[in-house]
Design a protein around this ligand. Structure first.
Ligand SMILES: Nc1ncnc2c1ncn2[C@@H]1O[C@H](COP(=O)(O)OP(=O)(O)OP(=O)(O)O)[C@@H](O)[C@H]1O
Ligand SMILES: [Mg+2]
Length: 735
């Protein structure tokens, strides 16, 4: 390919374009998208000696609106063009934000590519993220256009993604930029195999993913003129993810791509008796159709989540599964835990505006045979729709739900879910469940005694739960099993030197997480080199002295050993809690404050290799990746490290990022954001949000939380007088 020595105008524009699209997060979504659009148009217009023509390995994304033809036939052309114009703009924005190039629009469809100019190692990830953003936001766009699902509204986008070689370059008499070849045809074919709201991608794409999601294989697709069919996949539904569930913690599972990482799972050891107890409960439920609740109790890191994951993975195919974990940061946010449980099931994101969240809940309800009216009432109770008159919503008496209140809505939901199949619902980190969710769960389970549901509630603390039928308390692993766990983590060494086992077991006292961290400490220090095969052991690097005796201190030592920039990332992340978002790390702070982190994704990937963080398979905030600390304790230790003097700035940054990214849905999470502002030393910003959170608590029928949140709002002098009076009146007796 002929290239001039000096970069031509086109090349300079392309460079600028790449720079901007690589830093979308720092610049801010809308501004970056506008800049990308202008640069893209300028680059495409700019002549240059460079007549770009080459073969490249690219990722192609094809997205098309299902049901467009009947819609366009039934609708006035002017209206259709306004709808399509807005849709193009929206899709272009999403492609640019993910660093791709929009190649063409045809009617309702869009063709986008990654890697045509310069290949990035995460192009496939970017294309999949773009697909998720398309599927996650187009329904809102359709709704915002005032179209009604099932009538005039097209039912949703279908996306196909393929990776492979193609010709890219300018062709024809007008030098039109084009991407040609089988790869493009295959992407189009994959798209036709998708159902509305689904992405179908090829094996070639799957192989490129560093952190592959849990996938479901679809029947292979034949291609015109080709003898070989292509293997097609889609992202597994949440339920399938739960079943696969190597997932300990919020929503996560380590990568299972065959790469050896520090996160590679340990083999499950012991806990047979506990597993038998859980199986016994499950069989009883399946046989008698009665509900049972079991508490799984034990110290941090003892293996509650792992036990549950193991149990879930053994359940018969077809069992309904709901999994969720409460978040420490949302413990004062009314109904936050219930929102996260139901949100996962109905594919509702934290950032979905209320009407979209409600629409998703209603369509999920339809799919499980729950009445629309109940779904709407549930949406109000959860805080998606509002302001509602009251949380006390009369429920359909024919179903025997005579009581009023949120728990009955939850019970109706669970009953619908368990109509066709036995349902297992596992709720972890119950210690942090907000009070409103906790009591709704407790009451709902109690009222469902004749429904085939097994509820497993995990908690560190001894906890009272009225409906509990069994308590499963996890103790330290016996020494033989602890040794088996350490051996499985060191299995790449052959033989395993006894001093390494001794090192890992002597201080951990049978706590599996502690054992894992001791082994990772050895990896960090270079005592074990995992790049060799078999692994190599360097006895000189086995720490002899000064190794911390407590788990928190060991974690601290592991963080101390990191490069300052990596540690900085973890500290910023820890302010959000166990779960955090990629673009929050590259967001700018106060002027003159800490700089944004550079290249956060690369750093997170390196931290993931060390077993410190994990990427969640799906994000609860649209348009950005979700990551989390590998363990709750690690997050706490990382947060403890943040200098007291840095905390206000980081909390303020977190609050502002949440406000920006949650948009209108920020009101639902007002308590969380208010808390960040309070930590940031900005009581005036916190006050209004505490008041909003109090209103929300009031609305969902949690007067105690409402009173607590209102009091915090009143603590600030800066609340407007009218709001002060209103709140004072509420507090004076009506609550
Ligand atoms: N029986 C086991 N066999 C193998 N590994 C285990 C076992 N139990 C726990 N682990 C490992 O130990 C680590 C901590 O376990 P887990 O996350 O289940 O703890 P937990 O009790 O849920 O802690 P927390 O209270 O903080 O949520 C995990 O990485 C897990 O894989
Ligand atoms: Mg756990």
């Amino acid at each position: 390919m002929p290239r001039s020595k000096k970069p031509c105008e086109k090349e300079l524009l392309e460079r600028a374009l790449r720079l901007v699209s690589d830093h979308v997060g720092e610049i801010g979504g809308a501004a970056a998208s506008a800049a990308v659009k202008i640069l893209r148009a300028a680059a495409d217009r700019a002549g240059g000696e460079r007549n770009f023509r080459r073969r490249a390995r690219i990722i192609v994304l094809f997205a098309d609106l299902a049901g467009y033809t009947p819609y366009s036939e039934a609708t006035d052309a002017e209206e259709v063009s306004a709808f399509v114009g807005g849709l193009w703009e929206h899709l272009d924005h999403l492609v640019h934000a993910a660093g791709g190039r929009v190649l063409q629009h045809f009617g309702d469809a869009i063709l986008a590519v990654w890697g045509d100019e310069t290949a990035r190692e995460d192009d496939a990830e970017r294309a999949l993220e773009c697909a998720a953003a398309i599927l996650g936001t187009v329904p809102a766009y359709i709704q915002a256009c005032g179209l009604e699902a099932g009538k005039t509204a097209p039912p949703g986008m279908r996306v196909g993604i393929h990776a492979g070689p193609a010709f890219v370059g300018e062709i024809g008499s007008v030098g039109e930029y084009a991407v040609l070849g089988d790869t493009v045809n295959a992407a189009a074919r994959l798209q036709t195999a998708a159902t509305p709201g689904q992405t179908v991608f090829s094996e070639a794409v799957l192989r490129l993913l560093k952190y592959p999601p849990v996938v479901r294989e679809l029947p292979p697709l034949a291609l015109k003129g080709k003898t070989e069919a292509i293997k097609a996949y889609t992202i597994a539904k949440r339920e399938e993810c739960a079943r696969e569930s190597a997932s300990y913690g919020p929503t996560l599972r380590p990568a299972r791509s065959g790469r050896k990482t520090a996160l590679q799972e340990s083999s499950m050891v012991g806990r047979e008796q506990e597993l038998r107890a859980l199986s016994g409960l499950f069989e009883g439920i399946a046989a008698h159709g009665l509900a049972r609740t079991a508490l799984v109790l034990g110290d941090a890191g003892i293996g509650k989540s792992r036990l549950i994951a193991e149990f879930l993975s053994r359940l018969p195919v077809g069992t309904g599964i709901i999994v969720a974990s409460a978040r420490e940061t949302a413990r004062d946010s009314p109904n936050a835990f219930l929102r996260s449980i139901i949100g996962r099931e109905a594919d509702i994101l934290d950032s979905d505006p209320g009407d979209m969240a409600t629409a998703k809940l209603v369509s999920h309800a339809e799919a499980i045979g729950l009445e629309k009216g109940i779904a709407r009432a549930f949406a109000r109770f959860l805080g998606y729709e509002g302001p509602a008159e009251t949380a006390c919503v009369p429920i359909d008496e024919k179903r025997g739900l005579t009581s009023e209140g949120g728990y009955a809505l939850l019970a109706a939901y669970l009953r619908a879910r368990s109509r066709e199949t036995t349902l297992v619902i596992t709720l972890e980190d119950m210690t942090w469940a907000d009070a409103a969710s906790r009591s709704a769960i407790e009451d709902a389970l109690e009222s469902l005694s004749e429904t085939p549901i097994l509820a497993l509630l995990a908690s560190r603390e001894e906890t009272e739960f009225r409906s509990a039928d069994a308590r499963i308390r996890l103790d330290s692993l016996p020494s033989k099993e602890a040794a088996a766990l350490a051996s499985s983590l060191l299995e790449g060494l052959s033989p395993i030197p006894s001093e390494l086992l001794e090192f890992s077991l002597s201080r951990a006292e049978g706590n599996p997480y502690f054992i894992e961290e001791c082994v990772r400490f050895l990896f960090d220090r270079g005592a074990v080199d995992r790049s060799a095969s078999p692994w190599a052991y360097d006895a000189r690097k086995l720490p002899k002295k000064g190794v911390p005796l407590a788990l928190a201190d060991l974690l601290q030592a592991r963080l101390d050993a990191l490069e300052p920039a990596d540690r900085g990332i973890l500290e910023t992340a820890s302010v959000f809690g166990r779960v955090f978002w990629l673009s929050a790390l590259s967001a700018r702070g106060r002027p003159g404050g800490r700089a944004a982190h550079s290249n956060p994704r690369k750093r997170l990937e390196a931290l993931a290799e060390r077993g410190l963080v994990l990427k969640n398979p799906a994000s609860t905030v649209a348009g950005t990746e979700e990551w989390c600390f590998a363990h709750n304790l690690l997050r706490d230790v990382a947060y403890d490290r943040v200098l007291k003097s840095d905390r206000p700035e980081l909390h303020e940054r977190a609050a502002r990022w949440l406000l920006d990214h949650l948009g209108s849905s920020a009101a639902r999470e007002a308590a969380v954001i208010a808390e960040h502002f309070a930590h940031a030393g900005r009581p005036s910003d916190a006050a209004g949000l505490f008041a909003a959170a109090g209103d929300m608590a009031d609305r969902v029928g949690d007067p105690r939380a409402a009173a607590r949140l209102y009091k915090r709002a009143l603590d600030s002098e800066s609340l407007p007088p009218a709001a002060k009076t209103r709140i004072a009146q509420r507090l004076a007796g009506e609550l």
